[in-house]
Ligand binder design. Structure first.
Ligand code: ZN
Length: 347
């Protein structure tokens, strides 16, 4: 974690400084923010200021900092549930690794309650970073509430969530919420510089990601992410206006995403973003965008506002349907029908 830094977010930096000075944070925290904003990075920084034998700002050479940097600190537990397996016994785990996760179950939360009373191995406290970004069942939340009501004094909880609205009010009343915000332009460029991102691309990435640096990083490496490649193929399909081409891509997408609603949602969110950007394309220097989407944006802009508006409406309907738990095939069918209307209207 030590190589990652949280940019922007002055309120969170103030929080870290206070924590470093007092070696204390509220016993239950909730770090809130969309994927890519740096929730895990921030959780890692909290762990460091609490565990470091110095102040932990920045990482020093003490044994705690070294272990955290090596992802091997015995008092840091990252709690997430893997899709194809049991969370198993709790073993120290770094806050890390994207992997295929599913919502936290009550049995995992019960493992935390059983584990919580065991004394820390070496740090003054034991930190559980509970990743709720893939969801947490209501039953699991109620089980978690019991630990939150009377946690052992040496236990520290950090919940990670995309939005506080995913959690019960009873949980929210027991945590301090720390929102991680997107970066402003100046901070975004600082972050881009530190990662040696091409300066020309940084401007476009800033606009595309709306200041979400994690998302910008994934967009800057499109070839590493089949999802982005496919999204762009879709996008180009739209732009070319060939409905049959889009339907073929849709089929590929179904195979790829399987029944993963989040993936489908992300695809639509990406397309929606491109639509919004295309409204402004006339005032943007599209050469500043990553090459893989600058040209496509220009082409979409040429559709004109009313047709882009119609496309946006179809995309937004699809996103609402996913939110409302409409079945996967039904979503795609409605989406295809919507596209046909747009293209027919055009012809
Ligand atoms: Zn240290």
């Amino acid at each position: 974690m030590s190589q990652l830094t949280l940019y922007g977010n002055p309120a969170l930096h103030d929080f870290l400084h206070t924590a470093a000075a007092t070696k204390k944070v509220p016993q239950a925290l909730l770090i809130e923010g969309a994927k890519g904003l740096g929730k895990k990075t921030f959780a890692g920084e909290i762990a460091r200021v609490l565990f470091c034998q110095g102040d932990g700002l920045p990482s020093c050479g003490c044994s705690a900092c070294v272990k955290l940097a090596r992802n091997s600190h015995p008092d840091l537990f990252y709690i997430a549930e893997e899709k194809d397996g049991d969370a198993g016994v709790l073993v120290p785990r770094p806050i890390s690794a994207e992997s295929v996760m599913k919502q936290l179950s009550v049995s995992t939360i019960r493992k935390i309650s059983a584990h919580a009373p065991i004394l820390p191995n070496e740090a003054p406290s034991k930190l559980y970073a509970v990743d709720c970004t893939f969801g947490i069942s209501k039953e699991a939340q109620n089980a978690f509430l019991k630990i939150l009501e009377e946690p052992p004094a040496f236990v520290q909880f950090i919940l990670l969530s995309n939005s506080r609205s995913d959690l019960l009010d009873t949980i929210l009343s027991r945590v301090q919420v720390l929102p991680v915000l997107p970066l402003n332009r100046a901070d975004f460029f600082l972050a881009a510089q530190a990662r040696e991102l091409n300066e020309g691309a940084a401007e476009g990435l800033f606009l595309l990601s709306e200041g979400n640096f994690g998302e910008a990083l994934s967009l800057s490496e499109p070839m590493d992410d089949p999802m982005v490649v496919l999204s762009l193929d879709f996008f180009q399909g739209f732009v070319s206006g060939k409905a049959w081409e889009i339907l073929l891509l849709m089929e590929q997408f179904s195979d790829f995403a399987g029944k993963d609603r989040q993936k489908l949602y992300n695809l639509f969110a990406f397309l929606r973003k491109m639509c919004y950007l295309s409204f402004a394309a006339a005032t943007l220097d599209t050469r500043q965008f990553p090459p893989f989407c600058g040209a496509a944006l220009e082409a979409l802009a040429a559709w004109g506002p009313s047709k882009i508006g119609a496309l946006l409406a179809v995309i937004e309907t699809a996103m609402e349907q996913i939110d409302a738990n409409v079945t996967f095939p039904a979503c795609l069918t409605a989406f295809s029908a919507g596209l046909h209307t747009i293209f027919a209207y055009d012809a």
